[in-house]
Design a protein around this ligand. Structure first.
Ligand SMILES: [Mn+2]
Length: 319
């Protein structure tokens, strides 16, 4: 049996809740690089939910001091928010066979620690990816009845859902959920050992190419409740629907200069109003260096393009 608590090595709390408001718990799992987008998402949540107390539970391995200062400032800026930081050890992930491909990092697995560690202190939690933006109040989720379901989520796009259902040989009647936004009943999640079963599955199988998402669908997909797409509206689409609550940039990321999705400007507006208004994207891997080179070339900035291209070659050769 896993004892997830053994992998939480530090816990810090910032801010206070001092209003008599409905209380919502929200969890994130990030690596140090994803803290700025997460901070921007938190600001968008707080901007649209001043009538709620929000406890943010952030699971991460490390972060830049400047980002930590900003998170502390954020907890002071809003009197209805507290931010809890949990430092996790990635020792837990040793032995994972499912590929953590370039579009994922092991931070995507922190959700399994979060869902287990927070119970029974927290009974329901909204887990959200950091590549998201909130544009409307989220309280409808608080009142949603889950019945016998373990979690509620949005079905993934047709492109991905059909292929993954087939590849994973899921039951015909089962949906394939996107794991970017999950409203979970932690009592049921833990009584059914969902986190542990997912971890074990990823240690056994090499074919879970969407790692955490595939694992959740295999282990608990039968006990999911589908919610409207407005809670996890894909940011690659040209326009949001009027009732959209959360935009999820599940493929192209709005901070990538080369991303031209129609909903990029929504994210940029929240970024400009946030403590991370001056944050600049820096490529993380050779793929992103190459895309920066291509983008600069397209914009006739040949000098920058060559600089990014050199970075691409250097990283490609050394990896
Ligand atoms: Mn995502």
């Amino acid at each position: 049996m896993f004892n997830f608590a053994d992998f939480v090595i530090n816990e810090e709390v910032y801010g206070e809740l001092n209003k008599d408001l409905p209380h919502m718990h929200i969890a994130f799992g990030v690596d140090h690089w994803f803290v700025p987008p997460m901070g921007i998402m938190m600001e968008s949540l707080l901007n649209n939910n001043k009538h709620l107390n929000i406890s943010f539970h952030v699971f991460l391995t490390s972060m830049e001091e400047i980002d930590k200062d900003k998170l502390i400032r954020l907890s002071q800026k809003y009197e209805n928010a507290i931010i809890k930081l949990y430092t996790v050890s990635i020792e837990l992930y040793v032995g994972i066979k499912s590929p953590i491909q370039y579009y994922l990092t092991t931070a995507s697995l922190h959700r399994f620690i979060a869902m287990s560690y927070l119970y029974p202190k927290v009974d329901k939690i909204l887990y959200i990816d950091a590549d998201t933006c909130c544009v409307a109040p989220i309280d409808e989720l608080l009142n949603m009845q889950l019945g016998n379901c373990v979690f509620a989520a949005v079905e993934d796009g047709e492109d991905i859902a059909a292929a993954r259902k087939k590849a994973l040989a899921l039951d015909e009647r089962q949906l394939y959920y996107n794991s970017g936004v999950i409203w979970a009943d932690l009592r049921k999640w833990n009584e059914n050992n969902v986190s542990e079963k997912c971890m074990r599955l990823m240690m056994e199988r090499e074919d879970l190419i969407y790692a955490d998402q595939d694992a959740i669908n295999v282990v608990a997909g039968m006990y999911g409740k589908v919610i409207p797409s407005r809670y996890n509206y894909f940011g690659s689409l040209p326009n949001r629907e009027e009732d959209t609550v959360i935009i999820h940039y599940r493929s192209g990321k709005p901070w990538h200069p080369w991303f031209e999705g129609g909903l990029k400007t929504v994210w940029q507006e929240y970024k400009n109003r946030s403590l991370w208004f001056d944050w600049l994207f820096v490529p993380r891997n050779y793929r992103e260096y190459r895309l920066m080179a291509k983008w600069s070339w397209k914009n006739k900035d040949y000098i920058s393009s060559m600089k990014w291209y050199a970075g691409y070659i250097y990283r490609k050769v050394s990896c």
